[in-house]
Design a protein around this ligand. Structure first.
Ligand SMILES: NC(=O)c1ccc[n+]([C@@H]2O[C@H](COP(=O)([O-])OP(=O)(O)OC[C@H]3O[C@@H](n4cnc5c(N)ncnc54)[C@H](O)[C@@H]3O)[C@@H](O)[C@H]2O)c1
Length: 475
C-alpha cells in the first residue's frame, strides 16, 4: 500500500518527533498538516494539559476520538498527527486499518524522555509512568503501522511504497503486499544474475517466470502481447518486474492493462531504475512512432531497491545513473553525487518520490525531472539511439545550465561527468528537438534553473539561443 490518494497518519509515542516531522512531510507531499491535538484545543478552546487536569483523561479521549474521526473522514488527503494515546480508541484503530496510510515514527525510550521531560505534557511528569506507557503502547503502534520510519526521507519513501536497503531482494516475498500469486517478469541478463534469489524469496507465491529481452528490446508491443497472452494471474495477483527501467516500463504497462489493471512491484537493478524509472508509476512501451509513446500511469504497490544489485552493473549503465543523480542533485540544490553510493540512491529516490506524490499524473511540477532531457533525446535520436544515455543526459545538462546562465554548475557537470561532444548530424538533432514530446508547435519547452534547487519548467527561449546551445554539444 502507498499513500497515494490516502491520508497519512503519524503515530508513535510522545516525544517521537511527530510534530516536527509532520509539517515537513506534509510539505514534501504537497498536503495540509493537521494535528488532532490542535483540533481538540481549537474546538474546546482549552489546552490539552488543561482538559486533562480539570476534566480528566477520559473526557480528553472522547474529544480526541471525535476529532480524529472527523479529520480522517475529510476527502482531501492530509498528513495527520495522532497523539501518543490515540490508539486506545478502537474507532480510531478501525479508521486507520481501512483507508489510511499509517507511519510509525520510531524513537528510543531515552530519546523520547529527553525530549518531553520538563514539558507540560500530562503523561510526562513521572519517568516511571512514562517508561511503563512506552512499553504498553508500542505493540499497538506496530499493529497499525504500514511502515516504520525515523527520518523525513524515510517517510517520503515509505509513502511512495519504496523499500530500499541491502538484501531487500531476499525479502521480496514479505515485501510484496497481499497474498495472491505472483508472476515474475525478468530482464534476461538480470534473470541470470538474480533470478534464483528472487524466486527463492517469492517461495510458494510464485506462479510463473517470464524472461524478456535484456534492456530496451523488452519494451515492444510483441513482448507485451506475449505476456498478456501467457499470464494466468487473477485480480489478486501481482506482477513483479526484475531488471532496469526497460523491464520495469514493460511490466508496469502490462500490469496496468492486464485484467484492466493488477498490482505490480518493480525490483530495480540499475542505478537509473533505483533513482528514477521504478518510482512514480509512469509505464510505457516503444512503438514505431517513438519511444515511450504508449503507456499508462499505474502506481506500483511496492518498489524494491537493493543497492547490492548495482555491483554487477556495467560501467556504461552506471554512468547513465550517475547523470540522473547529478540531474537530481541540481534540482535539489545539493551535491548528492558526493555522498556515498547508497546514500545517493536514498536521497534521489526520496526526492523523486516526493515530486511524484505531489504530481502523480505529470500535469505540473513533475516536468522539472526533464532537466537536460530535451537536448539528450535530440542527440540520442540524431545518433540513431547508439549514444550512451548517460553521455546524452550529461550533455543535455550542460546545455540547460548554460542557458540558465549557471556557468559554475556547468563546469561542475563537466568535472563530475566529463561528457565529450558527440559527432551527429546537426540538422538531424535540431529536427529531433523540434519533434520532442514536450515541444509545442516545434518550439522546445525547457527546464532551466534560476539557481541550484530552483527549477523553472515550460520555458520558451529564442530559437537561436536553443540552437546555439544544441550546437555546442556537437563535435
Ligand atoms: N518510467 C519512468 O519514469 C522512466 C524513467 C527513466 C527511464 N525510463 C526508461 O528506462 C529505460 C532505461 O532503463 P535503464 O537505464 O534502467 O536500463 P535497462 O533496463 O535498459 O538495462 C540496461 C542494461 O543493463 C542490464 N542490467 C540491468 N541490471 C543489471 C545488473 N544489476 N547487473 C548487470 N546488468 C544489468 C540489462 O540487462 C541491460 O542490458 C528506458 O527505456 C527509459 O525510457 C523510464
Amino acid at each position: 500500500m502507498t499513500a497515494l490518494d490516502r491520508h497519512v497518519a503519524l503515530v508513535g509515542f510522545m516525544g517521537a518527533g511527530k510534530s516536527t516531522l509532520g509539517p515537513q512531510l506534509a510539505e514534501r507531499l504537497g498536503r495540509r498538516f493537521v494535528s488532532v491535538d490542535d483540533v481538540v484545543e481549537r474546538r474546546s478552546g482549552r489546552t490539552v494539559a488543561d482538559l486533562f487536569e480539570r476534566d480528566g483523561e477520559a473526557r480528553f479521549r472522547e474529544l480526541e476520538e471525535k476529532a480524529a474521526a472527523d479529520v480522517l473522514d475529510r476527502r482531501q488527503p492530509a498528513v495527520v498527527e495522532l497523539g501518543g494515546g490515540a490508539l486506545g480508541s478502537s474507532r480510531t484503530r478501525g479508521a486507520l486499518d481501512t483507508s489510511v496510510f499509517t507511519l510509525l515514527v520510531e524513537t528510543s525510550l531515552d530519546d523520547a524522555w529527553s525530549r518531553v521531560v520538563g514539558s507540560d505534557r500530562p503523561l510526562a511528569r513521572d519517568e516511571a509512568v512514562f517508561r511503563t506507557l512506552f512499553d504498553e503502547r508500542k505493540p499497538a503502534y506496530e499493529r497499525v503501522a504500514d511502515a516504520q520510519i525515523t527520518d523525513l526521507d524515510g517517510a517520503v519513501l515509505a509513502c511512495a511504497g519504496v523499500a530500499l536497503g541491502a538484501r531487500t531482494l531476499d525479502r521480496l516475498g514479505e515485501l510484496i503486499p497481499g497474498d495472491g500469486q505472483v508472476a515474475l517478469v525478468a530482464d534476461r541478463t538480470v534473470a541470470g544474475l538474480y533470478g534464483a534469489r528472487a524466486r527463492d524469496a517469492l517461495g510458494d507465491r510464485l506462479a510463473a517466470t517470464y524472461e524478456v529481452p535484456a534492456g530496451e528490446a523488452a519494451k515492444t508491443h510483441a513482448e507485451a502481447e506475449r505476456l498478456w497472452s501467457a499470464l494466468r494471474l487473477d485480480r489478486t495477483g501481482t506482477l513483479v518486474a526484475l531488471g532496469g527501467g526497460s523491464a520495469i516500463d514493460l511490466t508496469g504497462f502490462v500490469a496496468a492493462t492486464y485484467l484492466r489493471g493488477i498490482a505490480w512491484t518493480p525490483v530495480a537493478t540499475t542505478l537509473v531504475a533505483q533513482v528514477d524509472a521504478a518510482i512514480g508509476g509512469k509505464t510505457a512501451i516503444d512503438v514505431a512512432g517513438g519511444k515511450n509513446l504508449v503507456g499508462a500511469f499505474w502506481w506500483p504497490d511496492r518498489v524494491v531497491c537493493d543497492p547490492q544489485t548495482l555491483e554487477t552493473l556495467p560501467d556504461e549503465e552506471l554512468d547513465s545513473g550517475r547523470a540522473e543523480v547529478v540531474k537530481t542533485g541540481l534540482l535539489m540544490g545539493e551535491e548528492v553525487w558526493t555522498l556515498e553510493p547508497a546514500q545517493q540512491v536514498r536521497r534521489c529516490a526520496a526526492f523523486k518520490s516526493g515530486i511524484c506524490l505531489r504530481d502523480p499524473r505529470d500535469s505540473g511540477e513533475r516536468a522539472q525531472l526533464n532537466l537536460g532531457h530535451t537536448f539528450a533525446h535530440a542527440l540520442e535520436a540524431a545518433a540513431d539511439f547508439r549514444l550512451p544515455h548517460g553521455r546524452a543526459v550529461a550533455l543535455g545538462l550542460l546545455a540547460a545550465l548554460r542557458l540558465s546562465g549557471l556557468e559554475e554548475q556547468a563546469a561542475l557537470v563537466t568535472d563530475v561527468l566529463a561528457p565529450e561532444p558527440v559527432s551527429v548530424d546537426r540538422e538531424a538533432a535540431w529536427a529531433a528537438l523540434a519533434r520532442d514530446k514536450k515541444s509545442v508547435e516545434g518550439s522546445a519547452r525547457l527546464v532551466l534553473l534560476d539557481a541550484p534547487g530552483q527549477p523553472r519548467w515550460n520555458v520558451e527561449l529564442p530559437v537561436e539561443d536553443v540552437r546555439r546551445a544544441l550546437d555546442e554539444l556537437i563535435a
